[in-house]
Design a protein around this ligand. Structure first.
Ligand code: PRX
Length: 637
């Protein structure tokens, strides 16, 4: 399918941008016209940021899977929709054409229906990166069930939290997942999570690793057996459920500055239009391009830019099960050459990690199929940008540094490949439909350029967060009250003289470790659960590969005989409570934390200590006990 909404020149970009600001309804109405509706909407946009209430394409009826699959069958039925590269390069890869994928999704819809799943139900999915993960997601969407994918690196406790919050009665998982030379026992993790979640009635288990699993009678069924039943019943077509534009499509949990992760809710039509539009424009996908996004579907990047965005455009999306450094650090480049990949979309942390292996793993690779290089998840530092540009893109591929968030569901600020200029370390310009604004700490708009401020949005876009699941007030408080009548991203940004944005990082208590969001409060809660820990404070510090490392200051009053053991136990507690991804890189045991007289921890001071910038600690006289600072500096690890 050609993408009729694709911007082809810088003039077209400015024209589209201006129209999207001057006549947003007309702008989105035109674009929505290229999608398949069961019933057309009667109003393009209705909104206020006070509640907040956001409605795009009001009363429209559609099913996103008809847009991602059915409508391509006539013209693109034999085109690969998904190419799957397994963890082990010796294992056979798989190609699913649009027709194959459509058939498999319909089959799995029957499996879901046969197992009692219906429209509006929540379904948690905890799988590795196998094509069946995409199939499960799309089948949920077709049947009208709300999927909530849980990243395979999360612990049993994190799974349980999400199951409880969504009240999911059905879980889809695998026996295990392959990651490099490791096998992750996914089903066992689900079993642990289910001890406290008796309301879960059905667990559907796909065979992947043949890790031994315990299958509980009456609750657990094998994916393969269920498919066989569908085949022997002769169940084929599965009509797509009629969904309202604003029916929730999925819930994805993300960490914030307080408490437990929140379930970000995205709805059907707005998300579809936004991810499709941004995919086509940012990456300039065309013809039979092979597009490879290295993210995991457990994160928003995978939802928007492995599954929905590419499929809505009839693109070929390559999905990779493994990791960049196994069997060696040339794995990505092997894949690029094997499939003649045209567009690669990866994360700065992966680039920096590969940089550390030198140029050896790149040698012997052609990489001449590449046309566009993408980056997402965190600011890409100049050194990594140039390395990517010179060694991977051979200076002939535009780099798109895409800034966005789980809450925005799609790319907000980015170069359009080869259309708008790229500048190292800048996300550059907003996409049409995006109206960024910088405000000072009092919420006053900063009008001039060459300044830094808090990055907000003053106007809605189709893919924006609608609510936080089960707690609308939390959504309002988190995103719409820091600066009234604006969506606050939690990021800071610098704007240059030409209006290009450079993201400076989080301004709240959220860390970005290897592109993963970690809430400091959530991590402190996990550490404090360890017996003997009285209190803890988490801050980030610059880390060569991860972008940010996690530094934990811990007051420990248990037995101090073997502090190395205590350290290991704390790491184990974090792994159990959240997952290995949140493990601190450094733990310093302290007797006290720097606090204000009102008892608030002064993180600013801890941050400076962790960064090793002792000279920049500044004034400590407002502290309850300034001597604490000297003591902590002495014990720095
Ligand atoms: O701080 C920004 C950073 O990642 C945060 C969003 O994280 P998450 O919701 O997990 O989504 C990641 C994938 C979209 C943002 O608030 N971030 C993301 N992309 C960039 C970035 N920071 C700088 N430049 C980027 N391109």
């Amino acid at each position: 399918m050609p993408q009729p909404y694709k911007i082809n020149s810088i003039e077209e970009y400015y024209a589209a941008y201006n129209k999207s600001v001057q006549d947003p309804e007309g702008f989105w109405d035109d674009i929505a016209g290229y999608f398949l509706w069961k019933k057309k909407y009667d109003q393009v946009l209705e909104w206020n940021f006070e509640e907040p209430h956001i409605s795009f394409f009001k009363n429209g009826k559609l099913n996103i899977t008809e847009n991602c699959l059915d409508r391509h069958l006539g013209t693109l039925g034999n085109k690969p929709a998904l190419i799957w590269e397994p963890n082990d390069p010796e294992e056979h890869h798989r190609v699913l054409t649009y027709r194959d994928l459509h058939n498999k999704v319909m089959q799995f819809c029957h499996v879901l229906a046969n197992n009692g799943v219906k429209k509006g139900d929540r379904v948690c999915i905890y799988m590795g990166m196998v094509p069946e993960l995409a199939i499960a997601i799309l089948a949920c969407a077709r049947i009208g069930a709300i999927h909530s994918v849980i990243f395979g690196g999360f612990s049993a406790q994190s799974i349980a939290d999400r199951l409880i919050d969504t009240h999911s009665e059905c879980v889809i998982t695998c026996d295990g997942a392959f990651r490099g030379n490791k096998e992750v026992p996914l089903k066992a993790m689900v079993d642990d999570a289910l001890i406290g979640c008796k309301f879960v009635k059905r667990v559907i288990v796909l065979t992947r690793t043949r890790t031994p699993v315990s299958m509980i009678k009456g609750r657990d069924v094998w994916w393969e057996d269920e498919i066989k039943k569908v085949e022997s019943n002769g169940q084929r077509d599965f009509p797509a459920e009629i969904m309202d534009s604003e029916d929730p499509l999925f819930i994805l949990y993300t960490s914030g500055s307080t408490g437990k992760p929140k379930g970000v809710v995205h709805t059907t039509a707005g998300f579809m239009v936004w991810t499709a539009y941004t995919f086509a424009n940012v990456f300039q996908y065309s013809g039979d391009d092979i597009y490879f996004c290295t993210a995991d579907i457990g994160w928003i990047t995978g939802h928007s830019y492995i599954v929905y965005g590419p499929l809505a455009n009839g693109a070929t999306s390559l999905m990779f099960e493994g990791i960049p450094t196994w069997p060696d650090a040339g794995r990505f480049w092997d894949i690029v050459d094997k499939y003649r990949v045209n567009i690669i979309y990866t994360a700065p942390t992966a680039i920096r990690s590969l940089m550390s292996y030198g140029l050896g793993p790149i040698q012997g690779h052609r990489l001449d199929s590449l046309k566009v290089l993408g980056s997402v998840g965190e600011p890409i530092n100049e050194e990594a940008w140039h390395w990517y540009n010179e060694n991977i893109g051979k200076k002939r591929c535009p780099i798109v540094d895409t800034w966005w968030q789980t809450e925005t569901s799609g790319i907000m600020i980015s170069t359009l490949a080869g259309i708008t200029p790229a500048i190292p370390s800048y996300a550059t310009l907003p996409l049409p439909g995006v109206q960024p604004i910088l405000v000072d700490d009092h919420g006053k708009e900063i009008l001039e350029n060459e300044v830094t401020g808090n990055l907000c949005m003053k106007f809605p876009w189709p893919g924006m967060i609608r609510t936080t699941y089960g707690d609308h007030e939390r959504c309002r408080k988190t995103y719409f009250t820091t600066f009234p009548k604006m969506y606050f991203s939690g990021d800071g940004a610098f704007r240059d003289a030409k209006g290009n944005y450079r993201i400076t990082g989080r301004v709240d208590d959220v860390l970005n470790v290897s592109g993963h969001r970690i809430g400091t409060a959530e991590l402190e809660n996990a550490i404090n659960m360890h017996t003997g820990v009285i209190e803890s404070a988490i801050v980030g510090y610059p880390h060569d590969v991860k972008g940010q490392g996690v530094y934990a200051f811990v007051i420990f009053e248990g037995s101090k005989e073997d502090m190395n053991m205590v350290r290991k136990d704390i790491l184990e507690t974090v792994t159990r409570t959240i997952g290995a991804i949140a493990k601190p890189d450094k733990i310093q045991f302290v007797n006290n934390l720097p606090k204000t007289r009102s008892g608030k921890i002064m993180r600013r001071i801890l941050r400076k200590i962790a960064e090793g910038e002792m000279h920049a600690i500044g004034d400590t006289t407002s502290l309850l006990d300034p001597a604490v600072v000297t003591e902590i500096i002495k014990g720095k690890v």
